[in-house]
Design a binder for this molecule. Structure first.
Ligand code: SF4
Length: 114
């Protein structure tokens, strides 16, 4: 399942899935001129370079933020897959991931919080 397209610039398309956001604020700390929750739209991809956007979006632990470059190529998954236990007991996972829910729906991604 692909997150909704949130914003785009000529070099990059940013996707955001609010249902996956855990409000870790990596985005607003990393690029406040792009990710501004007081603005509408709250993501303004044309306020930073594609390289800056890719770097900050990759920090989003939940995968709520994703991107594709101008050729439609998404983020390259981390290898090897990593698991990091957070202080609140949640597990941050990074890698070439697929998730299947109880209803049999499979989703793919590169970052997730479990
Ligand atoms: S970095 Fe990701 S999880 Fe954190 S607030 Fe931004 S979108 Fe949500």
């Amino acid at each position: 399942m692909k997150a909704g397209k949130a914003n785009t610039s000529p070099e990059i398309t940013v996707f955001f899935d609010s249902s996956r956001c855990i409000h870790a604020a990596e985005c607003v700390r990393g690029l406040p001129e792009v990710f501004d929750v007081t603005a509408r739209p709250w993501i303004r991809a044309d306020h930073a370079s594609a390289q800056e956007l890719m770097e900050v979006i990759s920090r989003c632990p939940s995968g709520a933020l994703q991107f594709e470059n101008a050729n439609g190529v998404p983020e390259i998954p981390a290898t090897p897959t990593t698991f990091r236990l957070l202080q609140d007991g949640q597990l941050e996972v990074r890698g070439d991931l697929s998730f299947t829910n109880a209803g049999g729906e499979t989703m793919f991604g590169t970052r997730a919080i479990l």
